[in-house]
Design a protein around this ligand. Structure first.
Ligand code: DP6
Length: 396
């Protein structure tokens, strides 16, 4: 008699990266299947610093689908979770019917238990939903034996999640079909393309954002004519320019477009009625610091971008990291000046000249920034051998 393996849970663990948009997605033309009003482009960050880890198990003994996020059971009936589960199961069934031997027929009829954790604060404007849904879709696909293009499913969990399915530099092409079949993510350049590029996440506040991106963009679509103008007349040209700047590794062009696009996104938030404020006084001080720093050197060495929260994401080249980090430390004196202020990739020591400090001419803002995460561009999602230990109780 062949052994009945279906009693044993089938378990898969994967990790997924965070992505930061340099051409922002803001606004949907279809809320149900998440279709955007403009294309967008992002950079995938290194998972050593920022990642979601998800374990998915299927078993004949499970009574219902269940999910735990950061150790707490959440409502699996959430429509976006349901869309992802339904689409992966549909794809698996289709492949099995087409004769794909990789699809695990037994587990197709089984319920799933899902367990997901982030190694960074949730809902602090650090794109946790992007890494979360990308990881969920990828892990579900692995557990059911489905391969191929999955960004269209991740998109239905959270728009920006489709871009976390790929590494390096990634565009989300808005598409124009009603069924969304052409609204997919695509790699523009791999992570090996621009190894000198560095990213610093300046964590200004780890609190939950006041207006979530989903409801924020809904109000913007309804009320902001600036957003309509941006989507129709500004973003198409910027997508071309940004792709070109990345291809040529032209930092000045990349940086300028990144800053302008972040500023325009926040301008559309201000043009929303009632207005939405994601930037706070620390964010504004960071913007001034970056512009003054670039002006001091007479070249664009550093760029900022902000999502739906006050944390800044800084882009720069490797050789400027030590000085810029020490500038941030000088102008935002932390509570403790220890190693805790700088997390992630090690940052070499640098001294700041009096001339530079004077040239910047800003008043230091004590404790404005909690810490910096130093990171770089990275590759895509991948499966892991180990099980996510601390949520095994929920899973089995
Ligand atoms: C400001 O992808 O979180 O980060 O599709 O409603 O889940 P939903 O929104 P989400 O929006 C991200 C908006 C942004 C810009 C971006 O990442 O492009």
């Amino acid at each position: 008699m062949p052994e009945d393996r279906t009693e044993q849970p089938h378990i898969v663990t994967c990790t997924a990266p965070v992505n930061i948009a340099v051409i922002k997605y803001w606004g949907k033309r279809n809320e149900d299947i998440i279709l955007p009003i403009n294309s967008s482009l992002s950079v995938t960050l290194h998972q050593d610093q920022l990642k979601t880890t998800t374990t998915v198990a299927t078993s004949r003994s499970f009574q219902e689908d269940r999910i735990w996020l950061n150790g707490k059971e959440e409502d699996i009936t959430h429509p976006r979770l349901q869309s992802c589960l339904r689409e992966i199961r549909r794809l698996a069934r289709k492949r099995r019917n087409d004769g794909d031997s990789g699809v695990d027929s037994a587990s197709l009829s089984h319920k799933v238990h899902i367990c997901s954790v982030n190694n960074f604060p949730t809902a602090a404007g650090l794109a946790s939903s992007a890494a979360g849904f990308a990881c969920l879709v990828y892990s579900l696909a692995r557990v059911f034996g489905v391969e191929g293009e999955l960004s269209g499913i991740a998109r239905q969990g959270s728009g920006s999640a489709c871009r976390s399915m790929y590494g390096g530099f990634v565009q989300w092409i808005m598409g124009n079909k009603e069924d969304g079949k052409d609204s997919l993510a695509q790699q523009v350049e791999p992570e090996t393309h621009w190894p000198e590029l560095r990213i610093l996440v300046l964590v200004a506040s780890a609190e939950r954002k006041p207006v979530g991106s989903t409801s924020g963009m809904q109000t913007s679509v309804k009320t902001s004519c600036l957003l309509k103008h941006r989507a129709e007349s500004v973003v198409p040209g910027r997508m071309v320019e940004m792709t070109e700047a990345i291809r040529k590794k032209d930092f000045a062009a990349f940086a300028e477009l990144t800053m302008k696009d972040s500023n325009q996104f926040h301008a559309t938030c201000l043009d929303t009625y009632p207005p939405i404020f994601y930037l706070n006084h620390v964010s504004q001080q960071i913007i001034s610091l970056v512009h003054r720093y670039n002006k001091h050197y007479g070249e664009t060495r550093v760029a900022y971008t902000f999502d739906a929260g006050p944390n800044a994401v800084i882009f720069t080249l490797q050789q400027h990291v030590p000085e810029f980090v020490h500038m941030v430390q000088y102008f935002f004196p932390p509570e403790t000046n220890g190693a805790d202020f700088i997390k992630g990739l090690p940052v070499n020591c640098a001294s700041l000249s009096e001339e530079l400090k004077q040239g910047i001419g800003l008043e230091p803002m004590p404790k404005g920034i909690n810490y910096i995460i130093s990171t770089k561009v990275f590759t895509h999602i991948y499966p892991h051998k180990q099980l996510l230990q601390h949520c095994i109780i929920g899973l089995l």
